[in-house]
Design a protein around this ligand. Structure first.
Ligand code: AMP
Ligand code: MG
Length: 338
């Protein structure tokens, strides 16, 4: 009897050890889009997906990265080419959709303005007001469109319109990775590309994934600290903030977010916005749009669109006379971990 008991315990222990083995998380890290990526997943087959991940992100950069000399977006912006691919069209259509939805707060055609202020890859220049105003008009009136035949061609792009998908691209790439994991039958994963996160399923314990929202830093060199920890399952959270990407001139801090209506960098007290959505591209685009609107207008916008299930929860961090304050929508409050 005694021996049987020991055997049973041993068998249970052995089974536990092999389950542990199967459930060991796989962690993969690397570089993409000028930032890091970090992925954790549980795969019974313990597959190493780094080569696939890297090649997907590289392909994506060849379409949408402004830092990749030969990318489609660079060739289009430089006027060297008019042929695009389905991914470019998808990014363009998503951007146009959000542009309409936010009444112009989001605009992917502002590349030339971004460069004028020196946030892009070109050197900073002093920015003449007439040039800004004329670009604002050109961008607002641009009617470029794509036609699909054997190749997909972009037509009627106005001189002065340069695309910039940076406010949506990282989120979009997170969705591409998520789709790849789904196709491989992996059900539990956490994907983070430069702070843009998607979580699917849960940990082996059944707990939701935990994600930290960064506290706005004093400046771009400050250490990263967590403002709130939140639970995430089957959705994405993306944060847009002005405290890491900006430049200072004559004591004025210029953010990397442009108001497409004025053509000027936004100047308000909103420090960061985190948006929770089903898809990462959507959260990314809306987080940038709220940064353009500022706190008050964003809250009005959320109130005016109560049926939008894609904006699941929003968290704002703003500066109130030098003091950091936060506002979480009721849905976001429910996601905060104690
Ligand atoms: P994000 O960090 O997602 O908010 O994206 C910011 C980047 O998007 C900037 O560095 C610009 O390249 C670009 N951008 C700035 N303002 C806008 C805007 N109003 N709409 C779309 N993209 C923008
Ligand atoms: Mg964004």
């Amino acid at each position: 009897m005694m021996r049987q008991h020991t055997l049973l315990i041993l068998l249970v222990l052995l089974c536990f050890a092999s389950c542990q083995q199967k459930n060991a998380p796989i962690k993969i890290q690397g570089q993409a889009q000028g930032t890091y990526y970090s992925i954790i997943y549980y795969d019974e087959q313990q597959r190493n997906l780094k080569p696939q991940i890297d090649s997907l992100l590289q392909d994506f950069d060849l379409t949408a990265s402004l830092w990749e000399e030969n990318s489609i977006i660079r060739r289009i912006n430089d006027g060297q080419d008019s042929v695009v691919n389905p991914m470019f069209v998808d990014l363009l259509q998503h951007s146009i959709e959000i542009n309409k939805y936010t009444q112009g707060a989001f605009n992917c055609k502002i590349g030339a303005l971004v460069n004028l202020y020196g946030f892009g890859f070109k050197n900073r220049e002093d920015v003449p007001a007439e040039r800004i105003d004329s670009l604002v008009r050109i961008i607002a009136n641009d009617k470029c469109e794509v036609t699909k035949a054997e190749t997909i061609v972009l037509h009627n792009k106005s001189q002065g319109v340069e695309f910039d998908f940076n406010a949506i691209a990282q989120g979009y790439s997170v969705d591409l990775l998520a789709a790849m994991f789904d196709q491989l039958g992996i059900e539990n994963y956490l994907i983070d590309v430069g702070g843009e996160v998607i979580a699917k399923g849960c940990k082996p314990t059944g707990e939701d994934w935990t994600v930290g929202i960064e506290r706005p830093a004093e400046n771009k060199y400050s250490e990263q600290e967590v403002e709130v920890a939140m639970r995430l399952r089957d959705c994405s959270v993306v944060t847009s903030g002005n405290y890491r990407k900006y430049y200072e001139k004559d004591g004025v801090r210029y953010s990397h977010t442009i108001n497409p209506t004025t053509g000027r960098p936004v100047e308000h007290t909103l420090l960061s916005v985190s948006v929770v959505s089903k898809e990462s591209w959507y959260a990314d685009a809306m987080a940038t749009s709220f940064m353009v609107m500022g706190l008050e207008k964003s809250l009005d916008f959320i109130e005016q669109h109560p049926d939008n299930e894609d904006i699941q929860a929003v968290f704002f961090i703003y500066d109130d006379h030098g003091e950091y304050k936060t506002y979480a929508t009721p849905q976001f409050q429910q996601l905060i971990k104690d």
